[in-house]
Design a binder for this molecule. Structure first.
Ligand code: ADP
Ligand code: ZN
Ligand code: ZN
Length: 681
């Protein structure tokens, strides 16, 4: 009977190398503790939470030196999630403890104190939902797609499939039917969505179809509610989990299906260490569990289109055509609304219809400058300009969150003449409301600021019901309004579905193209195509795209609803430049208070990598200087490699070497932070 538990303490230090052996007391042997069990263990002078990653008969540590766990927690993590966490730690150059923290029950660390929890109540709004067990008859297109998914589902084959279907083509119905097949087989399902608040409809449809078998995990739940949902999944009471990227770690036994809805969405990439991509984690988990991975989108990523077998739904279920898209050239036109856009909005108001206007920039104006001395207000922590938020009376850094009162005068020359440059969503809302809102045409604003302010983004002064706040409330108010406009950042182009929107407008459509990022074209295409997908669902629709780059490939193809053409051209371009999916990228950022240590560390890393990576197979770009962020000077290296595993291994090794975790000679780069991003987004 194994007497030794190999325990990974949940501490976040990079230099720590576990696991550590503990001697199990009699009462914890014989099955009480297994891989995935959570123990409270003495560690140094502290008591920490530890996860059992292995069991053994004996230890290399002398018996009298072995410590004994203080106690075992009631619920552990399934063993297959421990293995998945180990994979993540390696794949994303992180540590086991950090990766394990992703798969622990919500609030696990806090429960260390051993306090009994009183309220494990289910989230209120989730237990309602009447079941409607009679799904609609499938269209012929849907029938064909589901037919091709049934075989792998029934035969428990690990397969991956891209479901490429235009908006409104009935993809969600396919997810529901595939989940039903998995459930019939006694298996479970995970459905990943970009953001619950922006896509309430899909959650509602799953609850309506499957009732209490559905658990929802998302960040807006209270901790006790999240824990209650996690427990229902762990106990097998719930077999379907719907949630954002972290739901890929839902503790579901015998998983038959993982769906990733809107698979192109950037929110699937986690921006904290480990920088995992939920789509790749889903693929790994599906292949380990013998489950079907189904990635759905109207605008799939070039990577997915290139790698995966594809099923298509080329038509909307209701047979309506996609809206006409007109590209408006704004070169030489006064900034703001193009005359054609202004006219179209006025027509929607006259007809008491609804419009959505997308401007991917928050705030009132992009930056402020002094008219007399030229000073630009910039962030003290980052080398970027501060954005004016007029309603709040402050200027803010959109990178670090720094805020200060909006200036009335220049601190350098005391001039009171402050120029405001550019326009963001706040100003656009104000301007549109002053032109359009005659009392019956409210102009709602949906962006991160409006959501943070509790969804009170309407100039019309409507009041949200008590307790009902955020993006969901805003979207509901727009839905319930008889007519009006919804303006905002890319949030307005996400998965919601309003039948009565007849006009869509994209302002400054090339703004996303100007990002120095090889995904800029893909993002721009998806943004326009997704917005077009929200328009004309109930009838006629029209989309206007304002741009100074009317010939840009992403814009031309989006205007034609030609995602195949876009993907073809984009894959050619990526191949020519050696970008993913034709290579793998790893981004390493060295950050420090001073630029010199950051530069030295990046140089040392580069040397290590050049020595260890085969030159035929990989190249190292940089170091290059990034703008100062949160008071840290930054240097970046990009590794571009054909063999992912080799490159990940070499980078992990190089970072360990330079940080001195391998040797005891730490200190040389002690003030430098290293962040490794495999498959940066
Ligand atoms: P997508 O996820 O591709 O945007 P949905 O699955 O949301 O599309 O379908 C769009 C609309 O069509 C929804 O209102 C849905 O209820 C409806 N729908 C889907 N499939 C069918 C069908 N076979 N028959 C009738 N209505 C359907
Ligand atoms: Zn000045
Ligand atoms: Zn800043």
């Amino acid at each position: 009977m194994p007497a030794i538990a190999q325990v990974e303490p949940m501490t976040m230090a990079r230099a720590l190398r576990g696991p550590f052996d503990y001697r199990l007391p009699e009462e914890l042997r014989g099955g009480a503790v297994d891989v995935g069990s959570m123990l409270v263990v003495p560690f140094g002078r502290r008591e920490v939470l530890g996860v059992v990653v292995g069991l053994a008969e004996s230890s290399e540590v002398a018996a009298e030196k072995l410590l004994v766990p203080l106690r075992a927690l009631e619920l552990g993590v399934p063993a297959d999630l421990v293995a998945l966490a180990e994979w993540i730690a390696t794949e994303y150059c992180s540590t086991i403890a950090r990766a394990l923290s992703l798969v622990l029950p919500p609030g696990a660390a806090r429960r260390l104190s051993g306090r009994k929890r009183r309220d494990v109540a289910r989230p209120r709004h989730l237990s309602v939902g009447s079941r409607s067990p009679h799904p609609p008859a499938l269209t012929a297109d849907q029938e064909a797609v589901l037919g091709s998914l049934a075989a792998p589902l029934m035969q428990r084959r690990a397969e991956q499939r891209l479901l490429h279907g235009v908006t409104g083509s009935g993809k969600t119905e396919i997810y529901l039917r595939a989940a039903a097949i998995a459930l019939e087989q006694g298996r479970g399902a995970i459905v990943l969505v970009p953001e619950i608040a922006l896509t309430p409809q899909i959650v509602g449809r799953f609850i309506e179809r499957f009732g209490d078998t559905v658990a929802v995990l998302h960040s807006r739940l209270r901790p006790s509610e999240r824990y209650a949902e996690w427990r229902r999944l762990r106990a097998g009471e719930a077999r379907v989990c719907v949630g954002p990227r972290s739901a890929v770690f839902a503790p579901i036994d015998d998983l038959g299906l993982i769906v990733v809805d809107e698979e192109h969405d950037a929110s699937y990439k986690h921006e904290g260490d480990p920088r995992y991509d939920a789509r790749d984690v889903a693929a790994e988990r599906a292949s380990r569990c013998g489950s079907l991975l189904l990635l759905g989108s109207a605008t799939p990523r070039p990577e997915s289109a290139h790698r995966l077998p594809r099923s298509t739904l080329p038509r909307r279920v209701d047979g309506r055509p996609l809206p006409d898209v007109e590209v408006l050239d704004t070169r030489g036109v006064a900034p703001g609304l193009h005359p054609a856009t202004a006219q179209a909005l006025a027509e929607v108001r006259r007809a008491r219809g609804k419009a959505i206007v997308l401007l991917n920039r928050r705030g009132w104006s992009n930056f402020l400058s002094c008219r007399s001395c030229g000073r630009v207000w910039s962030c003290p922590q980052c080398d970027v300009a501060l954005v004016l938020h007029r309603g709040g009376g402050y200027v803010a850094c959109h990178h670090c969150g720094h805020r200060e009162p909006a200036p009335a005068r220049c601190g350098e020359c005391s001039s009171t003449s402050v120029a405001r440059h550019g326009a963001g969503t706040e100003r656009l809302q104000h301007e549109l409301a002053s032109v359009l809102d005659d009392g019956g045409f409210p102009v709602f604003r949906l962006d991160a600021d409006a959501v943070a302010a509790g969804g009170d983004g309407a100039v019309a002064g409507l009041v949200a019901p008590a307790g009902d706040c955020g993006a969901g409330a805003l979207l509901r108010r727009f839905e319930q309004a008889e007519s009006g406009a919804l303006i905002g950042t890319q949030m307005v182009a996400k998965g919601h579905d309003f039948p009565d929107v007849t006009l869509g407008v994209v302002l400054d459509a090339d703004a996303t193209l100007r990002f120095p990022d090889f995904r800029a074209e893909e993002r721009t295409f998806a943004l326009i195509a997704q917005l077009a997908g929200r328009v004309g669902r109930g009838g006629d629709g029209r989309v206007l795209v304002q741009t100074i780059a009317p010939q840009a490939r992403a814009i031309v193809h989006a205007a034609r609803h030609d995602s195949d053409g876009f993907l073809r051209g984009e894959l050619e371009r990526r191949q020519a430049l050696g970008y993913p999916p034709f290579s793998h990228l790893i981004r390493i950022v060295c950050a420090a208070a001073e630029s010199e240590p950051a530069r030295a560390a990046a140089g040392a890393l580069r040397e290590c990598l050049s020595a260890s990576l085969p030159a035929s197979d990989a190249s190292v770009l940089g170091p290059a200087t990034l703008f100062r962020l949160r008071g840290r000077e930054r240097q970046v290296l990009i590794v571009k490699a054909a063999e992912r595993g080799v490159a990940v291994g070499a980078v992990g090794e190089a970072v360990r070497r330079v940080t001195g975790a391998e040797r005891k000679s730490a200190g040389r780069y002690a003030g430098v932070n290293f962040s490794v991003d495999v498959d940066p987004q």
